[in-house]
Design a protein around this ligand. Structure first.
Ligand SMILES: CC(C)(COP(=O)(O)OP(=O)(O)OC[C@H]1O[C@@H](n2cnc3c(N)ncnc32)[C@H](O)[C@@H]1OP(=O)(O)O)[C@@H](O)C(=O)NCCC(=O)NCCS
Length: 187
C-alpha cells in the first residue's frame, strides 16, 4: 500500500487526487444535506469556487490533501481529507464523508481511514492523528474504535453555525504500531 503518485490503493478503493472532472460532483455534494449525514453541516460551494480552489492548490498541498474516494468500478462515493496542524506539525487531523448514503455501512469508511492512517504514519514523520466527531455519530465512533483511536476530549464546536457537542479522538504512533488492524493490510 503506497501513495503511487496521486493515488492510494486499498483492497476495494482508490483514494485519488481531486481533478477538474470531480468539481461538479464535489459542488453538488457540498450543497446536499443527505451527502453530509445527520452529524455534519453542508458547507456549500458552487462549481466556480470549486475550480478556483482546485487551481489555488487547496485540495493538494504539502500540508494538506483531499482525496476522492472511489470504488473500483470508478464510482466516486465520498472524500477524505487530512491536514497537518499549523501549531503542531507532528499532528495530522483527518475528516471524511461517504457522501452516497447507499454506500455507507459497507466498511468503506473504515477502509479509507485505515489506509490513509497507514500512509500518514509511514510516509510522514508524524506522531499522532486526531479526528473530531459529533458525540451522536455512532457509526464514526465505531470506525475509530476499530482503528485503535482513544477518546481524549469532549468539546463544543461550531459547524456552519450549528453548535455541536463533539468528541476528539487520537491515535499515537505507539498505538498504531501495536494495533492489530494495521498488521493485516488486506482486510
Ligand atoms: C461515518 C462514516 C464515515 C462511516 O463510514 P461507513 O463506510 O458508513 O462505515 P463502516 O461501514 O466502515 O463502519 C460503520 C460501523 O458503524 C456501525 N454503525 C453504523 N450505524 C450505526 C448505528 N446507528 N448504531 C450503531 N452502529 C452503527 C456499522 O455496523 C459498522 O460497524 P461494524 O463494522 O462493526 O459492523 C459515514 O457513515 C459517513 O460518511 N457519514 C456521513 C458523514 C460523517 O458523519 N462523517 C464523519 C464525520 S466525523
Amino acid at each position: 500500500m503506497t501513495l503511487y503518485g496521486n493515488v492510494l490503493f486499498t483492497p476495494r478503493l482508490r483514494l485519488r487526487r481531486v481533478t477538474y472532472k470531480d468539481i461538479p460532483t464535489l459542488a453538488a455534494w457540498s450543497n446536499c444535506a443527505i451527502a453530509h449525514g445527520k452529524y455534519l453541516s453542508p458547507h456549500p460551494i458552487n462549481e466556480e469556487a470549486g475550480y478556483l480552489q482546485l487551481e489555488s492548490g487547496l485540495f493538494w498541498g504539502e500540508k494538506s490533501k483531499t482525496f476522492v474516494i472511489e470504488i473500483k468500478k470508478g464510482k466516486s462515493i465520498g472524500s477524505i481529507h487530512y491536514w497537518l496542524r499549523s501549531e503542531r506539525k507532528e499532528c495530522a487531523v483527518v475528516a471524511l464523508k461517504i457522501s452516497v448514503p447507499g454506500e455507507r455501512n459497507k466498511g468503506y469508511g473504515t477502509e479509507a481511514q485505515k489506509y490513509l492512517i497507514i500512509n500518514l504514519f509511514e510516509r510522514l514523520k508524524i506522531d499522532e492523528i486526531e479526528m473530531y466527531t459529533d458525540i451522536n455519530n455512532i457509526a464514526q465512533q465505531r470506525c475509530l474504535t476499530k482503528l485503535g483511536f482513544e477518546l481524549v476530549d469532549s468539546l463544543t464546536y461550531d459547524d456552519q453555525k450549528v453548535t455541536r457537542l463533539g468528541s476528539l479522538f487520537r491515535i499515537r504512533r505507539s498505538q498504531y504500531q501495536q494495533s492489530s488492524i494495521y498488521q493485516y493490510y488486506y482486510e
